[in-house]
Write a protein that binds this ligand. Sequence first.
Ligand SMILES: [Cu+2]
Length: 173
Amino acid sequence: MIPAFMAVTSVDWQSGHTAVVAASCRETRKKTERGIRMRSIMSLMVMIIACLTIVTRANAEETPVRATIDSDGVQRVVVLGGGYFLRPKHIIVKVNVPVELKVSKEPGWVPHNIAMDSPEAGMAFEVSLSEEPKLVRFSATKTGTFPIYCSKKLLFFSSHREKGMEGRVEVIE
Ligand SMILES: [Cu+2]
């Protein structure tokens, strides 16, 4: 036999009505209140963790990525594009050292590309992105900061670049 108050408690636990329990057993009410408090604390913690994750991700996107110079003297960076971002947004390369960008796009039907239009600095290309990575090779010939972006634009909508698919290549000595 299950005592009456315990039966009420289990019903209460699912429906969330504390009033029934309050009438049946004080001890049970205390436990229930503790349970509810625990659950609010838990959901608060989940929210805090979620917020921290978003902040960390936003920072990660803004953190400059310096190209690693491999033993063959080529500096390589992996770049991912999608709706509507470029990751990383800020790439640092050394001047007059060959660069190889390994570019790809996130899955999806929206077409994207990666482009630079700074011929004066040795960086001018437009490569359509696919999920399969492609290599873009160039050597920056001038120091400074130059835009890198997706040049796609659908009819009268704003360009992907305007929507956030833009970053910068910083060329240093
Ligand atoms: Cu795009």
